[in-house]
Write a new protein. Structure first.
Length: 300
């Protein structure tokens, strides 16, 4: 991947977009989704009047993941087409509820993106570009829109596909990322991810009160993440055991053909990983996690 690793610039001063006080100051984290998206989250037992914005951002609202409802057995028939948010939301709400408690759902970020659009009058891609990408100088990070190809030099991404009992790797680099929406359409590089996370955790992107809100966590499902992981507002915290203790923060994700994982400590250590071959087992995912931990420990 192509990217830059230059120093993070001074903290910008973007207009606050979320608040736990007056909604006139931005988006009130403890206000129901219904207030911003009236009537949108209704039916099949789901009710936006009982789910707050905070629930969306930390995955505690009980909504299923629309990505799980996509027909992955027929992915070749739709991977280059555009999905509208309403279409994806309908897929999610038609599913039975997930287990009670914490449950990661891309649909939560889909709705969060729609809320940003309703409040600001601009789509989530434009707002993130204006408030994050441009101020931090993330020159190789962008929203792809309807393009299905990654700009510039980049690795190919391979996904496992079983055919007649044999697993083979299929090139899935070209993909219309609208299926992920606000939860996964962004294209970036390892250098830009490092720049973002160190700026965020170093207090150079958000005011202290907003960063503190992001770092209020709830226990996450260890089967979906890993033992000890806790989830904040779009951030995962993990104990850094075995090399002096402490905590590291970051996030990971999967799109067809690629898996990313990154972590940053409050004292500035940071590691970002990407593999262009989706791990086929929990052990493969655990190996990536172990690599992150080892890199952070050796950086002491």
């Amino acid at each position: 991947m192509n990217g830059s690793a230059s120093a993070v610039p001074p903290r910008p001063s973007p207009r606050p977009w979320c608040s736990n006080s007056s909604p006139r100051a931005g988006i009130d984290l403890d206000t129901p989704v219904e207030r911003y998206l009236p009537g949108l989250v209704r039916g099949n037992g789901y009710d936006g009047r009982r789910i707050t914005v905070r629930d969306l951002l930390r995955h505690t609202g009980g909504l299923p993941d629309h990505v799980d409802a996509l027909d992955w057995d027929r992915v070749e028939s739709w991977r280059l087409r555009r999905f509208e948010p309403a279409e994806l939301l309908a897929l999610a709400l038609a599913q039975p509820p997930p287990p009670a408690g914490w449950n990661y759902s891309t649909t939560n970020y889909l709705l969060a993106g729609l809320i940003v659009g309703r409040v600001t009058g601009r789509d989530i891609g434009a707002e993130i570009t204006r408030r994050v990408i441009v101020p931090l100088g993330l020159r190789d990070t962008y929203w792809p829109g309807d393009s299905v190809r990654i700009r510039g030099p980049h690795p190919r991404g391979y996904a496992p596909v079983e055919v007649d009992g044999t697993v083979r790797k299929v090139d899935r680099t070209d993909f219309h990322m609208s299926f992920g929406g606000a939860g996964g359409a962004l294209v970036s590089t390892l250098a830009d991810q490092h720049r973002f996370f160190t700026a965020l955790l170093g207090g150079r992107l958000l005011p202290p009160a907003q960063l503190a809100e992001m770092r209020q966590t709830v226990p996450a499902d260890p089967d979906r993440l890993w033992p000890g992981a806790r989830y904040g507002l779009g951030l995962i915290s993990t104990p850094l055991d075995g090399c002096g203790g402490g905590t590291y923060w970051g996030h990971g994700g999967t799109t067809p053909g690629f898996r990313t994982l990154g972590a940053t400590t409050v004292d500035g250590r940071s590691v970002q990983l990407v593999v262009n071959d989706e791990p086929m087992s929990y052990e493969g995912w655990a190996a990536l996690h172990a690599t992150v931990r080892t890199a952070l420990c050796e950086a002491r």
